[in-house]
Write a protein that binds this ligand. Sequence first.
Ligand code: 6PG
Length: 629
Amino acid sequence: MSATIIYVMGVSGVGKSTIGNKLAESLDIPFFDGDDFHPEANVLKMSSGQPLNDDDRLGWLQTLNKLAIKHLADKGCVIVCSALKEKYRELLSTNIQQNTKWVFLHGSFEQITERINGRKGHYMKSNLLQSQFDILEEPKEAIKIDISLTPETIIEVIKKELQPKSEFGLFGLGVMGKSLSRNLANKGFNISLFNRHVEGSEENVAVNFKNEFAALASAKAFDNLEAFVASLQTPRKIMLMVNAGKTTDYVIDDLLPFLSEGDIIIDGGNSNYHETKRRFDDLKSKNIHFIGAGVSGGEEGALTGPSIMPGGDKESYKEVQPFLEAIAAKDLNNLACCTYIGTEGSGHFVKMVHNGIEYVEMQLLAEVYTILQAQGKNPDQIATILESWKPTTNSYLLEITIDILRKKEGDDWLVNKIMDKAGNKGTGNWTTITTAELGVPSTMIASALFARYTSFYKDERTTASNKLSSDIDTSLSLENDTILQAYQFARIINHYQGFKLIHEASINYKWGLNLSELARIWTNGCIIKSDLMVDLVTVFKNTNNLLTDDGITQQLKALKPGIKKVVSDCILNEIAIPNLCESINFINSFAVADCSANIIQAQRDYFGAHTYQRKDDATEQFYHTNWKN
Ligand code: 6PG
């Protein structure tokens, strides 16, 4: 511990001298009783039974302050002094606030009276003690200790509390939690780490992890929740990296008894944004701040710099901003890929849509692989083709797909051995539900999700393939450039639909989201970072709708022949390309002034009298027709 002045304070009779003495002895620093430093005039006044006024105290308190400053230059010291009012404490800690600690011994009036009267030769008039209680202004930033504890326990508690506290706590040391902890430590933050204790399976996880990495030398590791929380500076900032869903609720319930008003919980998991709103409201009623933060980048991103999407109260975001922005990836202008998103569950909402866009980006690359494979290319050859696309259309997912395709196990490529059943953890599912709920046609996300679900029916697919696939010789012979055009076209539609969903949600929930800023924090650190995303930062400065941007529409027009050719040839050859197909289908349905919804409206009116509007009536009134007459 660096040199510190410890003032032990409280009303008469709480045992300040006893505790102060023992504490000084145990810390091996000098002890002073403040009463020994009164000037003679004060001593005379007190011995004649007159109480001191604030003017009498001024010089005395300044003397104690000088004493403290002198000892701060050495080992520090313990000074006992009643210091009942805030202004006395201000005088005592003038110029040394940063190095001063207050220990406030407190007990009830009855407890102290009994204690004083029990001391041999001591008697204190109860009105004198009462007057001390009357003027006592309890310190806010003190180590507050109940005098009913034994002196030994009191000393232990004080010594523990004097330990420097951590700035930030990380709860949950799974893959992401571990990487984020190391990232925080690498940035020089004092952190506390916690992982639950599960007999036989999760024992000493935090301590073992801390011992593994030199950068964590000054981190504090716990598997005791109360001690973990107590090790943090207030307001506490605790980031949860635990499984989304029920676990997050259980963890919050476990934490609550140890938290104080104003503390901040950050949920860095892939939580559902509705649940984040519920937790936000619930914790707000308890005066605990809750930040739902989307974190993207996987294990490596979490370690070297993820993209972070925090939502909640702006004021509480400011408290955690230095930590989150320091650990986040940096964009091309060296700005953090972390920005305040908006209130309630908006951070987790945008992370959810990020994942929806991610599902499509992944599916499109899988479809490109299917096409090239159908044209007789092996994984290495496909990787080489994808490599050649990098200068025009690079992305993180393109890069990792190239690596994946090149990975061999023995003589064969590893991808050939991987079971073709795609898993998911739910975010694509939620995005699809949300886009349906909000009435936004993000059809590609739904299509990518259902492609995963379709893949899962492996046995039924195999049976169906025997019965339903035609015996055709694949005559697919698409140019690489044509496939590239189709891929680029579909990616633009994917980004149009994803950002459109965010924009509509922003209007619906009054979040005021900034799409350009969102694109910016997705230019690095996250799974969907790409050259296209960098371009979108500028595009979204002028519009919230990609299809109104001339540059984008010109690109789509130029790429259209490619997507039409690829989709039609693949369909003729029974090659599954649901996402590529959806992209051109969407534009064929959307970029059309007159569509077939008139038939739907007529049908609805026919069987359910649901009414319809007419193109030849600008008043927009509704009509019903008796269709059978
Ligand atoms: C990210 C990822 C990450 C995780 C997904 C996987 O941005 O870092 O999206 O959050 O990889 O949860 O989701 P699925 O298991 O549903 O594919």
